[in-house]
Design a protein around this ligand. Structure first.
Ligand code: IPD
Length: 262
C-alpha cells in the first residue's frame, strides 16, 4: 500500500525495534535455566526496544506526544497528536521462548487513531492500517472473516493472571461463550489478537484490564479490515478504560451480547 509519511516512519521504527528484539529472543532460550536472569534480560530488551522506537518516532516528529508501556506519558508541544506504543506486546511469551509477540505503534490525532502498525518480527508479518485507507498484511489487503454464526466462530481473549481483578468477569464470559462457539484461544499478545481478527484468522476478541498501548493500533486495523470494535460497557472508553469487544461485523452483535451479558 502507498502509506502516508507517518506510516512509513512507523514501519521503519517497528522493523528496527523488531531486529533488536529478534536478536534478544535468540538469547532468551539460553537464559531459560535461570528464570530471574531471563526476566531481567527481557525487561532490558523491552526497555531497549522502547528506546529505539522513541528515538525513531520522536526523532522524526519531535512535537508529538508519547504514551508507552515503560515510560508512560510525555506531552508534546502539539497537543493534538501522540504516539501510543507497546515495544513488546506478549512479554510473557517472549520470556518463555514462545515466538508470538509483537511491536505495536499507533498514531492518535485529536483523540482518534489514524495510523497503526502491529509487527510480528518472528513471523515477519507487518499489519498496518490508515484511517479510511484500509488494512494490510505485508502486501495483501486484509478482510475480516465472513462467518455469521457463533457456533462456527473462534474468539481470543486474555485470561487474567497474577493479581488482576477481572478474573470473575472473564470466567463468567467463558461459561456463557464456550458452549455457544467453536472455541476460545489465549495467545498472549493483545495487539496480535486484534491483527488476527483483521486477518480473518480469528472471528473476534475481547478483554478487560488491558492498556491503551495494547489496543490502540489493533483496533484501527480491525476497523479498516471491515470489523467492529467497541468498549464492553456502555459509556466506557476502549483506551481510557482498557476494555474491548471486537469481531467481524456479521457476528459482532451476537458475540457482544454474550460478553455484555445483555
Ligand atoms: C499483555 C498481553 C496479553 C494480555 C495482557 C497484556 P504485555 O501485554 O497483550 O495478551 O492479556 O492484558 O498486558 O504486558 O505483554 O505488553
Amino acid at each position: 500500500m502507498q502509506g502516508s509519511a507517518n506510516l512509513n516512519i512507523m514501519i521503519k521504527a517497528a522493523r528496527k525495534a523488531g531486529r533488536g528484539l529478534v536478536k534478544d529472543f535468540r538469547e532468551v532460550e539460553n537464559l531459560q535455566v535461570s528464570s530471574k536472569g531471563a526476566g531481567d534480560f527481557v525487561s532490558r530488551a523491552d526497555i531497549a526496544a522502547e528506546k529505539t522506537l522513541k528515538d525513531e518516532l520522536l526523532g522524526a516528529r519531535p512535537n508529538y506526544g508519547w504514551l508507552a508501556e515503560e515510560e508512560g506519558e510525555i506531552p508534546g508541544t502539539d497537543p493534538t497528536r501522540r504516539w501510543i506504543v507497546d515495544p513488546l506486546d506478549g512479554t510473557t511469551n517472549f520470556l518463555h521462548g514462545l515466538p508470538h509477540w509483537g511491536v505495536s505503534i499507533a498514531l492518535e490525532h485529536k483523540g482518534e487513531i489514524v495510523s497503526a502498525v502491529v509487527f510480528d518480527p518472528a513471523k515477519d508479518e507487518m499489519f498496518v492500517a490508515e484511517k479510511g485507507a484500509g488494512a494490510w498484511l505485508n502486501e495483501s489487503r486484509l478482510r475480516v472473516s465472513d462467518r455469521r454464526h457463533l457456533i462456527e466462530s473462534i474468539f481470543a481473549t486474555g485470561l487474567p493472571f497474577g493479581g488482576r481483578t477481572d478474573l470473575p468477569a472473564t470466567l463468567q464470559d467463558l461459561a456463557r461463550l464456550l458452549p455457544a462457539t467453536a472455541g476460545v484461544r489465549r495467545w498472549g499478545a493483545a495487539a496480535l489478537d486484534l491483527a488476527y481478527v483483521a486477518a480473518g484468522r480469528l472471528d473476534g476478541y475481547w478483554e478487560r484490564g488491558v492498556h491503551a498501548w495494547d489496543l490502540a493500533a489493533g483496533l484501527l486495523i480491525v476497523r479498516e479490515a471491515g470489523g467492529l470494535a467497541e468498549p464492553i460497557r456502555a459509556g466506557a472508553s476502549m483506551l481510557g478504560d482498557g476494555e474491548i469487544v471486537a469481531a467481524n461485523a456479521q457476528v459482532f452483535d451476537a458475540f457482544a451480547k454474550v460478553i455484555r451479558n445483555a
